[in-house]
Design a protein around this ligand. Structure first.
Ligand code: NAD
Length: 264
């Protein structure tokens, strides 16, 4: 089996990365940074997001596992003092795979047929570069509302505990193939109206955002922020691809939610 390790880059994560690499090589696993079967991310959720984007072109061939060197992460759920256990499990046992849904976003532009496709593990957000964001929101080709406000956030189920949660969105179990659209400070009065609640869309529904006035936007995809000019539309749907996590022990989603947000 071929492995790669990504580190957050701080000294604690780097030390742990080197230790794991030595252990795994001792177990005769092969280090392959370009075509790994398994990617170990050492740091936090942000490090796993980075690893996901680095290996997003081979998601069907790569499984991920996360070690956290700070607080308990949603994706990074192994502790540094468990790494010997993790190394033995990696080297000796066939691991289970758990798949989580991803978000596909396609940005199309005013001129020409050019488009950009992104995959997100957590979410994609859209904000105006200047002033209020005004967007027509279409669901399955039907006009749903004209949104006015700070921004919109489309998240995956595993991303529902991240930015989406801060926006008052629901936490969705990642076994459900769905996306969630949450509002950021919508303008609601007698003139302007939005639904005001987060929407949960099933896998076969497409959501399209179409600019009403301004056509330049700040679009985020997980930790990445990009400026898009002359945007014609932004299309969201559940991606065909999934992320695969290697599971060596049970750590149910609701327990992670409990341990992260209630107590542990
Ligand atoms: P960061 O360093 O600002 O950390 C963001 C925090 O979000 C970290 O504590 C991380 O552990 C946590 N996080 C990331 N993914 C999570 C998930 N799926 N469930 C629960 N918590 C999660 O930024 P980063 O580490 O580069 O992560 C980027 C993420 O930050 C974005 O994808 C977005 O979800 C999140 N974010 C949140 C807010 C907010 O809550 N108001 C604002 C901006 C970005």
């Amino acid at each position: 089996m071929k492995f790669a390790i990504t580190s957050k880059g701080d000294s604690k994560s780097n030390t742990l990365m080197h230790k794991m690499r030595t252990y795994l090589l001792d177990f005769n696993l092969e280090y392959d940074e370009d075509q790994p079967d398994i990617v170990v991310s050492v740091g936090g959720d942000g490090t796993l997001l980075y690893a996901f984007h680095r290996y997003k072109n081979r998601l069907d061939k790569t499984a991920f596992v996360g070690v956290h060197t700070g607080h308990l992460g949603f994706y990074a759920d192994w502790t540094p003092d468990e790494i010997e256990k993790l190394v033995i499990a990696l080297a000796k046992t066939p691991f289970q795979i758990v798949e989580y849904p991803l978000l596909e976003s396609i940005v199309r532009y005013q001129h020409g047929g050019r488009e950009t496709r992104y995959l997100a593990l957590n979410e994609s957000t859209v904000k105006s570069v200047e002033g209020t964001l005004v967007m027509d929101v279409e669901i399955r080709g039907q006009h749903f509302e004209t949104f006015r406000g700070d921004g919109l956030c489309m998240s995956t189920p595993s991303g529902s505990t991240a930015y989406n949660k801060a926006l008052g969105g629901a936490i969705i179990h990642p076994a459900i193939d769905a996306l969630q659209l949450a509002e950021m400070a919508s303008i609601n009065n007698r003139v302007f109206r939005t639904v005001g609640s987060p929407l949960i869309l099933p896998a076969h529904h497409t959501c399209m955002l179409k600019p009403v006035n301004n056509v330049d936007f700040q679009i985020t995809v997980d930790h990445l922020t990009l400026l898009h000019k002359d945007v014609k539309s932004i299309q969201y749907r559940v991606a065909d691809e999934k992320i695969r996590f290697a599971r060596f022990r049970p750590f149910p989603f609701w327990k992670r939610v409990h341990d992260s947000f209630i107590s542990n």
